[in-house]
Design a protein around this ligand. Structure first.
Ligand code: DP6
Length: 352
């Protein structure tokens, strides 16, 4: 397709973040995971991206203007430009246009929520949609699978944000159709796990001292790597069954052990480091005590940071909110109430 001054194209996508139950930690090659993982798609923690195609001045290079929360953001612009350059085969037609992206997050920048999953999710959806529309193609189920593959190339965990409720990513011999290239939807979820809440307790809101990329790299030559990858694959397959059968105790056991195992990997890597803070430990101990005392199914997980994700069924929301207010409050700075979500959504489309 030749450069057209007539084409007006703009699309806005909202893509949620996700929280892993079985963690992706360690990668190889072109953004391929060393083990399979499974996550819960969130609802209130999302990135919105508006992508516009503009007239292009030169033919040979990618022209990208990237704005985050209304301001040019050179650092992320560089990363996204590289991402577009590396993956031109997904949207060859777009290379005839300049690309302008405006992005914002629903959560504060300092909240410590990993924004790369929702950001690369939304960017991939918008880029791919532009390419589909330029080719007069409708968005079908395959569109989301392709977007998942593309998002993975930007940030591994972003691959799982394309689907509602629960998604798994990574080849697993026990899971049909699983692949390292993209995430897939986990179906037939038991009612117990269909209305799940995630309250994020922000223990520390400073930027992470060790990035996820550096953390993944530390799994190369890690003394426990082989066992860890095997364990994660087994747990991913187990978790899929647990979600189908509604086995709450097993869900809690794997979810919490995964959080602690992830951090144990950090603490036992060659360049060891520690991301948990005193508040993180206080909250974990109080969750154990509360669960022992009440028998209520509330548990925690962590991503690569000190903040706690409290997971529980919506049916015990009142009790958990009370527990947070009366017992956990001294140990965190702020909180975000989130819950299981329906996946990405296109908010507007102008195509003429
Ligand atoms: C601990 O997806 O942020 O959150 O592929 O380098 O962008 P890159 O890594 P990223 O890693 C996420 C790690 C994690 C676990 C998980 O989400 O599975």
């Amino acid at each position: 397709m030749s450069v057209s001054t007539q084409t007006q194209f703009s699309t806005t996508w909202r893509c949620p973040s996700n929280i892993a139950l079985v963690k992706y930690w360690g990668k190889y090659g072109n953004q391929l995971p060393c083990n399979s993982s499974i996550s819960l798609t969130l609802s209130n923690s999302y990135t919105e991206v508006t992508l516009e195609l503009t007239q292009k001045a030169t033919q040979d290079t990618v022209e990208l203007a990237y704005f985050f929360e209304g301001k040019p953001n050179e650092k992320f612009e560089k990363r996204v430009k590289q991402f577009i350059e590396n993956n031109q085969n997904y949207f060859a037609d777009l290379m005839n246009y300049g690309i302008r992206i405006q992005s914002h997050n629903s959560f504060p920048h300092s909240a410590g929520i990993a924004s790369s999953a929702s950001a690369f999710g939304a960017i991939s959806l918008a880029l791919l949609e532009a390419s589909y529309r330029l080719n007069q193609q409708e968005l079908d189920a395959e569109f989301y699978e392709k977007a998942s593959e593309l998002a993975r190339l930007g940030s591994g965990s972003a691959s799982r944000s394309m689907f509602a409720s629960y998604a798994m990513w990574g080849e697993n011999e026990k899971v049909p159709h699983s692949t390292n290239q993209k995430a897939i939807q986990v179906n037939q979820i038991h009612p117990q796990f269909q209305s799940f809440c995630d309250t994020i307790l922000i223990v520390e809101d400073e930027p992470k001292k060790v990035s996820s990329s550096v953390g993944h790299a530390l799994m190369n030559n890690h003394p426990y790597a082989a066992n860890r990858f095997e364990q994660a694959n087994q747990r991913t397959a187990q978790m899929i069954e647990i979600l189908k059968q509604g086995e709450m105790d097993a869900f809690i056991q794997i979810t919490e052990s995964e959080a602690l195992t992830l951090h144990a990997m950090m603490m036992t890597s060659g360049d060891y480091y520690l991301l948990m803070k005193p508040g993180t430990i206080e909250i974990i101990e109080k969750v154990f005590e509360f669960r022992n005392a009440t028998n209520l199914p509330v548990c925690f997980t962590l991503d690569a940071g000190p903040n706690i994700h409290l997971l529980y069924p919506e049916s015990i929301e009142t009790e958990v909110h009370q527990f947070i207010q009366t017992t956990l409050k001294p140990h965190f700075k702020s909180l975000i109430h989130d819950k299981i979500g329906n996946g990405p959504v296109c908010l507007s489309l102008v195509c003429s």
